[in-house]
Write a protein that binds this ligand. Structure first.
Ligand code: 6GU
Length: 225
């Protein structure tokens, strides 16, 4: 997979890709991340990428020219499966959408800023709009990092234990069960005995029961209740 991230603030989005699982995914050549600084594509003298809104009102709007130049350049090099605009009024990200996008080949993520982008960008270049939840961030960069992380960890070979993404919360519409590690007794705080019993079937049943219990308590909506 290849993800191209188009942004006014490239520094803001770099670091999540240079550590841990996302770094390893790139080192293993499972995913390529390319971050593009919109300002480089601006053709005006001031290299500006925003302007006042037609019709007035507070806040700046990202202009079409640098975005057109950047996206057109990328599209001339390869085909893209989706060109995604990160915006609070997009479709809310969930595990189902992450799963779907993890099967794609090439994606562009355009990060919104200020009061957003010129509507003509959304109408003519964008194929999908994604939000990461019902609250407003200062820009689309952190949201793009969240979306990319949720996608990349699902690609086979990225996680060491390939089954571990399958047992994540939300993957079957249930939350993950509690987990424990050593010591089995910490100052009298004990790990449930069954987990040390060696009885694989009983442990599996216990985990399913706990996952369901937790989901009923915290997220009954996931069970349609
Ligand atoms: Cl994608 N962008 C911004 N600016 N705020 C958000 C968001 C995106 N998703 C949730 N809040």
């Amino acid at each position: 997979m290849r993800i191209d991230i188009v942004t006014a603030l490239p520094k803001l989005i770099e670091s999540p890709f240079n550590d841990s699982i996302l770094k390893r995914a790139q080192e293993k050549n499972i995913v390529e991340i390319h971050i593009h600084d919109l300002r480089i594509f601006a053709e005006n003298k001031q290299k500006s990428i925003d302007d006042y809104a037609f019709g007035g009102g507070a806040g700046m709007v990202m202009t079409i020219q640098p975005i057109d130049k950047c996206i057109s350049h990328l599209k001339s090099q390869r085909e893209y499966d989706e060109i995604i605009y990160m915006t609070p009024d997009g479709a809310t990200l969930n595990q189902k959408l992450a799963n779907k996008l993890s099967l794609k080949g090439n994606l562009i993520l355009l990060c919104g800023h200020y009061k957003g982008v010129d509507q003509r960008v959304r109408d003519h270049y964008i194929t999908m709009e994604v939000s990461i939840g019902d609250y407003v961030l200062s820009g689309g960069e952190l949201a793009a990092a969240v979306l990319a992380d949720s996608i990349i960890r699902l690609i086979p070979g990225v996680l060491n234990d390939e089954t571990s993404a399958l047992t994540d919360s939300f993957q079957d519409n249930v939350l993950a069960p509690p987990v424990y590690t050593r010591p089995a007794d910490y100052k009298g705080l004990k790990v449930p005995e069954i987990l040390a019993s060696g009885n694989k079937k009983a442990i599996e049943q216990w985990r399913m029961d706990k996952a369901l219990e937790r989901t009923k308590e915290r997220r009954p909506d996931l069970l349609g209740e």
